[in-house]
Design a protein around this ligand. Structure first.
Ligand code: ARG
Length: 471
């Protein structure tokens, strides 16, 4: 068993079960690179303000480099008695750099150290997620472009409602994922704050230079209240809520693809490489990947709820409960990233069944609103027009046909002002093409939206919206 860094005042050794219970090393060893980078910056700062000498600093930095290599090569020994990644690295550093290493923790506490590590980790991952989501936005725009001439029923209550362009439907997801990007971007601003120098909770008596540490670690901002800096994890909660909302979007698109790929709908076919078979029914091709994305959504919500619950009653400042912040954070980062990757690869390989979509548009009175609009256009108040068309629908239902399959004579029974031009008015092309209101499904609008998205995405590495700019 290694000697503990904190047991000076203890006369009894820690119970094994307590060591196992309090240890977080299995989880937080993932932070090792950030812990080392943070320690190097802290060490350089200590030397700069002459709290340690340059020689001591170089011994520490060399030692930390060696430890990093040991961890990366799998040569580093982890054990529960050393609790967490911070203790492991510091203990090993003392073996390497002796007395100098013992000075590294001057003006620092594990409380501000762990806050720093978590922020550094989440900063990198959030930037990565933003990039990956933007890749997905590109794939969605490509998909919309490729299928720009396909019409399918738009649904409300999962009942056929009005025809829409498939491209319009997918561009709806483009909007959702673009807002997700904005949320992560906004969250990043609050993640990107440097807490080191807050020490245990009250700051430190040493003449430290926090600006210098922040500069070394590339933080644009420094925390302004030492208690807050070690006590809060709202940036994790924010990340998890942005991740949860993003997963809602993934879950909904998954649900649609699952329904659309059923024989009943037959709108799409997922490629074999993104489907699985059944161990008993040889004919089956299952959308398991989409189902798992939908299923994993619940785990991300769970992460948000466990982090919120963990934080909600904690008195200021640091409490050990907060060690439980890492598992939900890591889990959600991993899950979200895997879902984005799956979708970036799966979407381009989805086969769309144009005929099935278009034949679904041709029945179910999808042009009923348009007939009412036609009457309203001739001066009939919309409510009255709605009632007339309702009756006509009832009549057509009985007859087993669509509105545009009725004769003019039949239509005139419900409204005498209807003329022969109504049949042109009710074609799918006209019905879709007339929805020119801003954000509507008319091809002219949708092509414009696709073009705008293309420009947005071409604008810089990750797209304009991530910088919070919108025109
Ligand atoms: N492993 C701890 C955590 O993740 C580090 C901070 C420990 N601080 C303390 N005062 N025990 O939260």
């Amino acid at each position: 068993m290694s000697e503990k860094l904190w047991d000076g005042r203890f006369s009894e050794t820690t119970e094994k079960c307590v060591e196992a219970f309090t240890s977080s090393i299995d989880i937080d060893k993932r932070l090792y690179a950030y812990d080392i980078e943070g320690s190097i910056a802290h060490c350089k700062m200590l030397a700069r303000v002459s709290i340690i000498t340059e020689d001591e600093a170089s011994l520490i930095i060399q030692g930390l480099g060696k430890i990093k290599r040991e961890i990366e090569r799998g040569e580093f020994h982890f054990e529960d008695s050393l609790e967490d990644i911070h203790m492991h690295i510091e203990t090993r550093l003392v073996q390497e750099a002796g007395k100098a290493a013992q000075k590294l923790h001057t003006a620092r506490s594990r409380n501000d150290q762990v806050a720093l590590d978590v922020r550094m980790f989440l900063r990198v991952e959030t930037i990565d997620i933003i990039k990956n989501l933007t890749e997905l936005r590109k794939v969605i725009v490509e998909f919309a472009k490729k299928h720009s001439d396909i019409v399918l029923p738009g649904y409300t209550h999962l009942q056929r409602a009005q025809p829409v362009l498939l491209a319009h439907h997918f561009m709806a997801y483009y909007e959702m994922f673009s807002r997700d990007v904005e949320r992560f971007q906004s969250c990043l601003k609050r993640i990107n704050v440097m807490p080191l120098g807050s020490a245990a909770l009250a700051g430190t008596t040493y003449p430290i230079d926090r600006e210098y540490t922040a500069e070394l670690l590339n933080f644009p901002e420094i925390s302004l209240n030492s208690i807050d800096a070690v006590a809060d994890r709202d940036f994790i909660l924010e990340f998890l809520s942005a991740a949860s909302i993003c997963m809602v979007h993934f879950s909904r698109i998954s649900e649609e693809l699952i329904i659309w790929s059923s024989s009943e709908f037959g709108f799409v076919e997922l490629s074999d490489s993104f489907s699985t078979g059944s161990s008993i029914m040889p004919q089956k091709k299952n959308p398991d990947v989409c189902e798992l994305v939908r299923g994993k959504t619940g785990r991300v919500f769970g992460d948000l709820i466990s982090a919120l619950t963990m934080m909600k009653s904690l008195p200021l400042a640091y409490n050990r409960d907060m060690q439980e912040d890492k598992e939900p954070m890591f889990n959600s980062v991993d899950l979200l990233k895997s879902c984005i990757e799956i979708y970036v690869r799966m979407l381009p390989n989805i086969a769309v069944n144009k005929e099935r979509m278009e034949s679904a548009v041709s029945s179910g009175f999808l042009n009923a609103t348009d007939l009412a609009d036609y009457l309203a256009g001739l001066g009939m108040p919309f409510r009255q027009a709605h009632a007339c068309v309702g009756k006509a629908v009832g009549y057509a239902l009985e007859k087993g046909c669509e509105l545009h399959e009725l004769t003019l004579k039949e239509l005139n029974k419900f409204a005498s002002i209807i003329k022969n031009d109504v049949f042109d008015f009710l074609t799918v092309e006209q019905v879709v093409g007339r929805r020119l209101s801003l954000g509507g499904t008319a091809p002219a609008n949708v092509n414009q939206a696709i073009k705008k998205a293309g420009e947005e995405l071409a604008d810089g590495e990750t797209g304009k919206r991530e910088n919070g700019e919108r025109d």
